[in-house]
Design a protein around this ligand. Sequence first.
Ligand code: HEM
Length: 216
Amino acid sequence: MTKRDVMIYGRYERFWHWSQALLIFALFFTGLRIHGTHSILKFGQAVTIHTYAAYALMALWVFTTFWNFTTGQWRQYLFQKGILKVIRFYAYGILVGEPHPYKKSLQRKQNALQALAYMTFMVIIGPALWLTGIIYLFYNEWSGFAWSGDALWMVAVLHTVAAFAMGTFVIIHIYMTTTGKTPLHYVKTMITGYDKVELSEVEEAYLAETKTVDMR
Ligand code: HEM
């Protein structure tokens, strides 16, 4: 095994990551205005920006789902063993300078806890937001029924609960990004795409021959 500087996040991966981050910030900020938490924007402005950003995010999710399946990257998110070791590390080991229990590889870029967190994001929080969001968006089409008022209230509550779950995810995610070798190490990795990864001799020879992944 040798450690090499390898492009672990390709161009499209970095593009969807940062544009998703930007859109979620915009949606949370405008969503909180619609909810009544602040009044930095006009209500109408917040609704317009929220609607455009929501369409952009849903389009991005469609492309990214396609990318995940066509590149085989979806396998990165599958459940893996060792989650308790990772939880123990973040709760205790990190405070006393223990090494991280997980070694990054090209096949598994994420540790067990990360994979579970991203899976929750993709199959629970994300779908809860776009499903309730679309129903909310098309309220005019179903506003004429006797149950419309109660249903709108339910949809708004579910959308808000999912939005706060997303907010919690983002805060924990940002804290986690500061726990690398230096506080900005992981952020730099997601900007440049490169990180040090252990490669077996076979992997190194394969990558040198096929040039399917860039190495520095
Ligand atoms: C993914 C697609 C999404 C769609 C289609 C969508 C759609 C909507 C719509 C139509 C509204 C109501 C606007 C109005 O009153 O006219 C709304 C409100 C809201 N949205 Fe979204 N949204 C999405 C994503 C998000 C995300 C990612 C967040 C936060 C992280 C978020 C947070 C909120 C909040 C907090 C409200 C206010 C809820 C209330 O108090 O009634 N939304 N959204």
